[in-house]
Design a protein around this ligand. Structure first.
Ligand code: ZN
Length: 274
């Protein structure tokens, strides 16, 4: 019996060896291709755009029709825009600016983001010229503007929905296209740390800055997101979707509905607190 079995085992050895070599070869080629693609993705805007649109199509993300209308047909803006003087009844945060809340649902594959890395927040596209559409603090807290921030501020809050936890609200694009002129109010110069602010305090005005004149043009808006803290209580990187929170239960707006069914956005019914 053993004599008969041996040749069978032996003939399998070289097959296994060549198969392993083949698999290693395939893995090496795939890995090299993935690294090359990742490098292209990071350095080439066209490759990034192409891959994003492929991923978004694969995920059946609709185009941002409301946004297209907003920019192509100014007469449509009245029906698309929202403006709130106070928080929605029963919800803690003030909607921080006026205009079209674009790119719904809020976790859409949207703009430069894709289905694997969705947009971390909401964009409010205002009516007017750069530097004229006000942006307000969504909630009481302590404002920081890092020394090299041209267009952004971040506010630390005690989380009204989870008392005792720290969250942050982030506001950006508040500068001109080149970043030469900030639209953040003088009260908050670069290098501002932990200055108390109240809900509704003026922070600045919507702008066009997106990293400089060679960055993709984004249209006048403010980007707003709710950011988690790290273990030391510092804010996490808001550009990473997983570091942000769904703003819906804070703002009381239906930000998770498919785009287009709900403009102009209205307040959700007050949450059931019973
Ligand atoms: Zn945004």
């Amino acid at each position: 019996m053993r004599i008969l079995e041996l040749p069978v085992v032996e003939t399998e050895v070289p097959i296994r060896g060549s198969r392993r070599r083949w698999l290693i070869g395939v893995a090496a080629i795939t890995g090299a291709a993935a690294i090359a693609l990742a490098a292209l993705y990071l350095t080439d805007g066209r490759v990034r755009g192409l891959l994003n649109s492929l991923l978004n199509r694969a995920a059946h993300r609709p185009p941002n029709e409301a946004l297209i209308r907003w920019f192509s047909d100014p007469a449509s803006r009245e029906a698309l825009a929202t403006s709130f003087d106070a928080p929605c009844p029963g919800y803690p945060f003030l909607v921080p600016s006026s205009g079209l809340v674009g790119g719904l649902p809020w976790n859409a594959a949207y703009g430069p983001y894709n289905a694997l890395n969705p947009h971390p927040g909401i964009d409010i596209f205002g009516q007017g010229s750069p530097g004229t559409v006000p942006v307000y603090a969504a909630y009481d807290g302590f404002l920081t503007r890092e020394a090299d921030w041209r267009s952004a501020v971040i506010i630390r809050h005690d989380d009204p929905l989870h008392p005792g936890e720290t969250i942050w609200t982030y506001y950006t694009h508040m500068a001109d296209l080149n970043g030469d002129h900030s639209y953040i109010v003088e009260r908050f110069p670069p290098g501002t740390y932990d200055v108390p602010v109240r809900q509704g305090d003026l922070l600045g005005y919507q702008g066009l800055y997106n990293g400089g004149p060679s960055a993709p043009r984004i249209g006048l808006h403010v980007h707003f997101s709710i950011v988690r803290s790290d273990r030391s209580g510092h804010y996490r990187n808001e550009a990473v979707f997983g570091n942000t929170l769904d703003p819906t239960p804070y703002l009381g707006l239906s930000l998770n509905d498919p785009e287009g069914s709900q403009y102009p956005l209205r307040c959700l019914p007050p949450p059931d607190t019973s």
